[in-house]
Design a protein around this ligand. Structure first.
Ligand code: FPP
Length: 240
């Protein structure tokens, strides 16, 4: 990830009157992007990983505090083994590079959300190292959702509360036991699909949504800006 100067951050913080505190992004459309080019689906994921880097850098530059990228759902294990393996190896490659870049830059921190069971020890070790090495950074927190499902997250929070001896729970209890992600302000979903797909179910209670037909590998900084401009105009009432 790039290291951005204070000067750049200042310029960009004046670009938007309001920014989401927590932005969620569903990176969708890699497969179709590849198919349109006669390429294997894995080529779409690779192109998508590059866009992930560009957009997470841009979020950091803008000063968005939290951004969560949906990289692999609890349901994605059902995909062909070859595609699952390619995605896991992409996560490994990316993490090796990103860990070094982020550690050097000293700005963004990376955290992983999702179920650890099912992920290889090799990848888990790398995820742990990346979290530890960036834990003291004070810039944007980039959450990468791997083996993540919103329902699974809520069930796991409730089970933690039961293990803590609770016999009834409050909203605050659940909020404190989900994967420590704050409520989500804006969810971006490209690729023409308009659904949540088990993403941040608890945190999305009052999220704004922004959809676009662009496929994730074609998603540009301008698309992010369009979403943020639209978010600026939204009148959020939180049910009041
Ligand atoms: C959904 O598109 C995308 C995924 C299931 C994988 C998302 C992963 C990446 C963008 C790579 C991220 C990499 C790193 C290193 C974080 P799809 O495959 O369902 O596309 P389709 O709907 O067009 O078939």
């Amino acid at each position: 990830m790039a290291l951005f100067s204070k000067k750049d951050s200042k310029i960009c913080s004046t670009e938007f009157a309001v920014l989401p505190n927590h932005l969620g992004i569903i990176m969708d459309g890699n497969g179709r992007w590849a198919k349109n080019r006669g390429l294997p689906r894995t080529a779409g994921h690779k192109a998508g990983a590059n866009v992930f880097r560009t957009i997470s850098d841009e979020c950091a530059r803008l000063g968005i505090k939290y951004v969560t990228f949906y990289a692999f759902s609890t349901e994605n294990w059902k995909r062909p083994q070859e595609e699952v393996d390619a995605l896991m190896s992409l996560f490994m490659d990316y993490l090796l590079e990103a860990k070094a870049d982020m550690t050097k830059a000293g700005t963004s921190k990376i955290k992983f959300i999702g179920e650890r069971r099912g992920i290889s020890k090799e990848l888990l070790d790398l995820m742990d190292e990346a979290e530890q090495e960036t834990a003291s950074h004070t810039g944007t927190t980039v959450y990468l959702a791997i083996n993540y499902g919103g329902r699974q997250e809520i069930v796991s929070a409730v089970n933690s509360l039961i293990a803590q001896g609770k016999t009834s729970v409050t909203e605050e209890d659940i909020s404190a036991n989900v994967y420590t992600v704050p409520d989500c302000d804006l969810i971006i979903r490209p690729s023409g699909e308009e659904r949540l797909s088990n993403f941040l179910l608890w945190q999305a209670a009052y999220s704004e949504f922004w959809y676009s037909d662009v496929l994730w590998p074609d998603f540009k900084k301008d698309d992010l800006y369009s979403a943020l401009r639209e978010f600026e105009k939204r009148n959020r009432r939180f049910g009041g």
